[in-house]
Design a protein around this ligand. Structure first.
Ligand code: FEO
Ligand code: CA
Ligand code: CA
Length: 654
């Protein structure tokens, strides 16, 4: 691993580079045409003229006589800020449900941070919880399976006497990693993947059920199958797997989804960071790997495991970057990498049944200047026949989004032989199109986005929300209609309206719900409603959830004392009526953490959230974390954890 930066910093730095060198949509002229038609230019000039003397928020005070627009949310907002602990709105409890190292099975070893082993980690809750899914068991509201991704590891916070803090030439503190032994690497590998754990309500509090028969750990060693158009292709055959159909493990599982038929989708995101070594410049995979940033060498696994060294196993990196389907109801089932959904740095894979029964999956490819995708199954969902849905994800059409200046979206199909996805352009077959989905998007003229993260359909309204975290690399003149800010430090949220409420539509319309950042600084260009308080605005939208009432909740990644003066958290965002664009802060994480995995239990009375990389303020180690959350015990490291948030005395959240 790079000894200069922490995994969180290099994760962000990797995303920061942007590897899309295609010429799509550098269109200052088009933007100008679009926005002048919408009166944007006049509006923008008016705002900057005003802001020379008065900030937009100050203007609010003048308008205070006006009644606040009716929000769909009813809770007392908390104060934005950052400290060692988490905070939730008054009248709610946020209880730790499961932490890194906790037992997942009745016979799991107790967590001993000073004597962790690969074997113990494989039986305990993994690191850096991200996506959370919930599946009710036996139709009960009091029992269910929690499905949790473990995206990555922070060895400097996990391992004692391993990392140290040093000062660089300018006197700035930096973390220097120690030596990665085989044992530490294998602990890291077993801290990745996912956890399935049964939970049950006891006296109004969710608790893990350690003898739950579905409990399972999935790691980088778990056997998986490749299915769909890429299965068995020469480009995914390796020395260990000459069939090109069997892969060991999944990694960098960021967000995900639960399908209408009750399986769990784990999205593989920054897989490039796990590969080391060099590929000759004339290697047939060289251009493909360059487009994905393989190998990036964040982790040292290739030192002990040849498959993570591209000079020794050049095809292994084609076996990651997929959406993995897991059947949580069968702990012996073999997870399946569904290649028909394409190979990208998948943030998540949320789904919805369209009007005609086909199932639609939305995926963001989280890198600066990459794309938004939608997969539509060929077959129809059959709620009465679970086995009929088993391989729905193997046949269908992947589309990539082109956001047009007239406010429409074209969903362009990634089909071999069509629209330039041809042998002449280096796509030998459909497998080639899917393995190099990014390059296929380049050829089709997809819109380069500001880091597409969660893409969430709202069944109640037929709308779809796209979280765009930020893009400080977008230069003036490189804006496009759907990504209108150069040096977009705080991100934005796009709302797509599917044609006629049909999620399978190939033509939609779009608008911007929110441009994020501090609305009191005119240069930021944020667009929160006038009713949004000084606590209510946020930057860097990342994950989101739609609750039972169709309301939008947004979680963030990248707020900090330095960036925004506030920790990441959960914000409730009005999308409809006069309150549209109003945001309120419901929960915030301890210092150094990111807010992941918002997931409502059915009934909407519990909100599960994942506190990822707490204490990681860029100069923290096992011995010196920025907080010892959630245990606050000397000798106990800071630990990522899942919390269950519920209203005291019960009732709907928010
Ligand atoms: Fe893993 Fe895009 O956040
Ligand atoms: Ca994320
Ligand atoms: Ca993130």
């Amino acid at each position: 691993m790079n000894g200069m930066l922490t995994p969180t910093q290099i994760h962000d730095a990797g995303e920061d580079i942007g590897r899309n060198a295609s010429a799509n949509l550098t269109m200052g002229d088009i933007i100008n045409r679009r926005f002048s038609r919408r009166g944007f230019v006049a509006g923008a000039l008016a705002v900057s003229a005003i802001s020379a003397t008065v900030s937009p928020l100050a203007l609010l005070t003048a308008g205070e006589a006006r009644a606040a627009a009716k929000s769909a949310f009813d809770f007392a907002e908390i104060e934005a800020g950052a400290d060692e602990n988490h905070h939730v709105a008054a009248g709610y409890d946020a209880d730790v449900l499961v932490r890194w190292g906790d037992k997942i099975f009745a016979d799991s070893p107790e967590f001993d941070p000073l004597a962790q082993t690969p074997e113990s980690q494989a039986r305990q809750f993994g690191y850096n919880n991200d996506y959370i899914g919930f599946l009710p068991l036996d139709g009960s509201a009091d029992r269910g399976l929690l499905l949790v991704n473990h995206e990555y590891t922070n060895p400097e916070l996990m391992f004692p006497a391993f990392a140290r803090i040093e000062k660089d030439a300018e006197g700035k503190e930096k973390v220097t990693m120690g030596e990665f032994t085989r044992e530490l690497v294998d602990i890291e590998m077993n801290a990745h993947g996912g956890t399935i754990i049964e939970i049950a309500l006891e006296n109004g509090k969710w608790k893990p059920v350690l003898d739950g028969k579905y409990n399972r750990r999935i790691t980088v060693a778990t056997e998986m199958t490749l299915s769909g158009p890429v299965a068995g292709h020469d480009r995914v055959k390796t020395a260990a797997d000459p069939t090109g159909t069997k892969v060991l493990g999944t990694l960098n599982n960021c967000a995900g989804g639960v399908t209408p038929w009750g399986t769990w989708l784990m999205a593989e995101e920054n897989f490039h960071g796990y590969f080391v070594g060099e590929l000759p410049a004339d290697h047939p995979e060289a251009a493909n790997y360059a487009r994905y940033g393989v190998p990036e060498g964040w982790y040292n696994w290739g030192k002990y495991h040849d498959r993570f060294d591209v000079s020794k196993e050049p095809n292994e990196a084609n076996r990651f970057g997929w959406v993995v389907e897991v059947d949580p109801m069968d702990p012996a089932s073999i997870p399946v990498k569904r290649t028909a959904l394409g190979r990208t740095k998948h943030e998540g894979a949320e789904s919805v049944v369209s009007k005609d029964g086909r199932v639609v999956f939305y995926c963001g490819d989280d890198e600066r200047f990459d794309y938004v995708y939608k997969f539509v199954t060929d077959g129809k969902f059959d709620p009465t026949n679970p086995s009929a849905n088993r391989d729905l994800l193997d046949r269908g059409t992947l589309h990539v989004a082109k956001f047009n200046e007239d406010g429409t979206v074209d969903w362009l199909p990634l089909i071999h032989g069509q629209n330039g996805l041809t042998t002449e352009n280096g796509f030998a077959d459909q497998a080639g199109v899917l393995i190099e989905a990014r390059r296929a998007g380049d050829v089709l003229g997809a819109t380069k986005m500001d880091r597409p993260e969660d893409v969430q359909p709202n069944l109640k309204t037929g709308k779809v929300y796209v979280m765009l975290t930020n893009n400080s690399k977008r230069k003036a003149g490189d804006e496009n209609p759907a990504n209108p800010r150069a040096d977009n430090k705080f991100g934005h949220i796009i709302e797509i309206t599917e044609d006629g409420g049909d999620f399978a539509a190939t033509k939609s319309t779009w608008s911007i719900l929110l441009k994020c950042g501090d609305p009191s600084i005119a240069d930021v260009g944020a667009s929160f409603s006038a009713d949004t308080s000084k606590n209510g605005w946020f930057g860097m939208p990342d994950n989101c959830a739609i609750d039972n009432d169709g309301r939008l909740w947004v979680t963030t990644d990248g707020n900090s004392l330095k960036a925004t003066g506030r920790a990441d958290g959960v914000w409730a965002v009005d999308t409809d009526g006069e309150a549209r664009g109003t945001s309120k802060l419901f929960f915030r994480v301890p210092i150094g953490a990111e807010m992941c995995g918002p997931c409502f239990a059915p009934g909407g009375e519990t909100l599960f959230v994942a506190v990822q990389h707490p204490g990681d303020d860029g100069s923290a180690t096992f011995e010196n974390p920025a907080t010892r959350w959630p245990d606050f015990k000397e000798g106990m490291p800071v630990r990522p954890a899942v919390l269950a948030i519920a209203k005291q005395g019960g009732g709907r959240i928010g």
